[in-house]
Design a protein around this ligand. Structure first.
Ligand code: NAP
Length: 296
């Protein structure tokens, strides 16, 4: 892109990023590389200090300060309450016509609440949760499912393209998060299948590295097996996707299922397994720590 186009883009889309966790750091890096990012905020300031220097962007010391400086706000924090706390804070100083994009995984209900708070300030909101793990966040190859107004999505599509290689508009506010719930139920099933099968392979004294190689390249091959198979069999559960976060997501899925009269036995079993692992201190580990329960 030429320097003129780059400066026009910077003028039009001036982005601030809130939440520099496992996902947010990679997202911020890609926003900065694309020339969109101007400021970052993280609750624990040390993280923003290191990253701001690396990315050559300014630090904001509160969500309110960040909101007063930009016209696009991206956020990626943990849970419903965290998102709503930040939305309340930014609503105090946010400029009219700003677009807020929430990439956290939260409930559809929280997305609707956030949109309603911001609508009072003439600010648009997109729920845009992602899939693809920290690898996807780092490489800018996330899959993103978007709820909200489609014309708003088109305005910020270039910003989203810096972080995601697949961006799919789903429907009204909250449908992005509902789609992510579908994803999280599948992740639970895949985690159960892969950890159970590899624990079985271990019990048969099979060479696990070769097992993972051949199965990854056949009909049962999948992202989780390819990216987490080998590490889990070496008891390396470095996050990754924190087990406690998936536990939070499955509780959301179950609540949504209850409301619409749908049973989710796989999600429920996985949430209960995670509860056991969290009690044993695995909450901050990758979800592949489920293997630990299967080989016990
Ligand atoms: P993480 O590493 O635990 O980071 C969470 C971030 O949110 C941190 O920057 C944290 O700040 C911030 N935060 C939490 N509560 C906050 C609050 N009340 N106010 C301000 N900041 C707050 O989590 P992550 O893995 O990046 O995940 C972030 C979101 O993306 C979650 O909703 C998760 O479910 C979703 N997600 C994760 C993955 C994955 O593979 N990791 C994949 C897809 C989606 P501090 O640094 O101060 O703690």
């Amino acid at each position: 892109m030429g320097s003129y186009a780059r400066s026009v883009k910077l003028f039009m889309l001036n982005v601030g990023m809130i939440g520099l966790g496992a996902m947010g750091q990679g997202m911020a890096k890609n926003l900065a590389n694309a020339g969109f990012l101007t400021t970052i905020y993280n609750r624990t300031t040390e993280k923003s200090q290191d990253l701001a220097e690396k990315l050559n962007v300014s630090i904001s010391f509160s969500p309110e300060e960040l909101a007063s400086k930009v016209n696009v706000i991206c956020l990626c924090v943990s849970s419903d309450n965290d998102v709503l706390e930040i939305i309340q804070a930014i609503s105090k100083t946010v400029l009219p016509d700003t677009i807020v994009i929430d990439m956290s995984t939260v409930s559809s209900h929280a997305a609707k609440q956030a949109a309603a708070i911001l609508a009072c300030k003439n600010v648009d909101f997109l729920d845009a949760p992602v899939s693809g793990g920290i690898e996807g966040a780092n490489t800018g190859r996330l899959a993103m499912m978007v709820g909200g107004d489609e014309t708003v999505l088109e305005k910020v599509r270039p910003v989203l393209q810096a972080m995601a290689s697949r961006i799919v508009y789903i429907g009204e506010t909250g449908t992005g998060q509902a789609t992510k719930a579908v994803n999280q139920i599948m992740v639970a099933g895949i985690n159960q299948a892969v950890t159970e099968a590899l624990a079985f392979a271990k019990s048969q004294n099979l060479p696990l590295e070769r097992i993972i190689d051949v199965i990854s390249n056949g009909a049962a091959g999948n992202w989780f097996l390819q990216h987490r198979g080998l590490t889990m069999t070496k008891s390396n559960y470095q996050a990754g996707f924190k087990l406690a976060l998936h536990h939070k997501d499955l509780a959301i899925c179950e609540r949504m299922g209850e409301k619409s009269g749908v049973n989710l036995p796989l999600a429920t079993q996985t949430r209960l397994d995670y509860e056991q692992l969290m009690a044993d201190g695995f909450g901050d580990c990758d979800i592949s720590a489920l293997y630990h329960l299967k080989v016990k």
